[in-house]
Design a protein around this ligand. Structure first.
Ligand code: C5P
Length: 267
């Protein structure tokens, strides 16, 4: 299987590890592209799964549910086990408060952290500046339009444009504020990749292996498709966490990613 040269990336150690070697096997590179969403109500259940997948999976996503239930200690526990953490808090507040939150969360060792692009240029800049002075800054990812927002929902909030137009506007705003990382659905990856170029870090949920249930995800894609159109990282939750054997499910997805990396662009 041909090997791609991995994307050249960040100052952040966790992400730098993920892109560090043309010498890595396709399987090892696949391990660094997969983020397992730990959507659990307790630290115990989350760590139980992380330990079951510990040999296979490098990245875990901690979202609001787990963060609120388990507290910041969950991040330290995952990091102390050698894992990388995508902290999906979707920060949105006045610039000063978001900057303070970035400083507070960064000391926990998260490799990636989300903020809402719709917080505006001043908020995005304040978050970026706060991160930039940290010893090991997380890669800040801007969330554009939530996938739950369709045209009607946007209109209700006063925005008379399509989600695609709003995604493009917010992404450009993020780029102007010095961001290269975005969270986006598989349907938006190609457009965002065109905006960011090869330096962009595009994290994509809504991934389903062809054999899996869609669940409540409407805008989904297979791992191969998402990588083929330019995704850097794939977030997978229920197809792994709710599988009869999560380790078997993760393995199938890793093999699918490894195969796709043989011909997908290397971001
Ligand atoms: O279980 P599933 O694979 O659908 O999980 C996807 C994860 O990605 C969940 O944690 C979900 O909150 C998150 N997510 C998403 N769509 C977005 C942003 C985040 O599904 N636009």
């Amino acid at each position: 299987m041909p090997e791609n040269t991995p994307a050249e990336l960040p100052t952040n150690t966790a992400i730098a590890d993920a892109s560090s070697g043309a010498s890595l096997s396709s399987y090892d590179r696949a391990r660094q592209r997969l983020i397992v969403a730990l959507d659990f109500p307790t630290a115990e259940s989350a760590l139980n799964l992380a330990d079951r997948l510990g040999e296979q999976c490098q990245w875990f996503k901690v979202g609001l549910e787990l963060y609120i239930a388990a507290g910041p200690a969950i991040i330290e526990k995952l990091v102390s086990r050698g894992h990388s953490v995508f902290l999906d808090l979707k920060l949105y507040d006045i610039p000063n408060t978001v900057a303070s939150a970035v400083r507070a969360t960064a000391s926990l060792g998260a490799g990636m952290l989300t903020v809402h692009a719709s917080g505006g240029p001043a908020m995005l800049s304040a978050a970026r500046e706060a991160a930039s002075v940290l010893a090991t800054p997380p890669e800040l990812l801007a969330v554009t339009v939530l996938t739950s927002m369709d045209h009607e929902q946007l209109k209700a909030t006063g925005m008379n444009c399509t989600p695609q137009e709003q995604v493009a506007r917010l992404a450009q705003m993020g780029i102007d504020a010095g961001y290269r990382g975005f969270v986006c659905s598989p349907l938006e990856v190609a457009a965002l990749r065109a905006l960011t170029g090869e330096n962009g870090v595009l994290v994509t949920p809504g991934i389903r292996p062809s054999s899996a249930e869609q669940g409540d995800q409407k805008r989904v894609a297979t791992p191969s498709h998402a990588l083929g159109v330019g995704a850097s990282y794939l977030v997978v939750g229920r197809p792994i966490t709710q599988a009869p054997d999560p380790s078997v499910a993760a393995e199938a997805i890793l093999l699918e990613i490894a195969e796709a990396l043989g011909f997908a662009p290397s971001y």
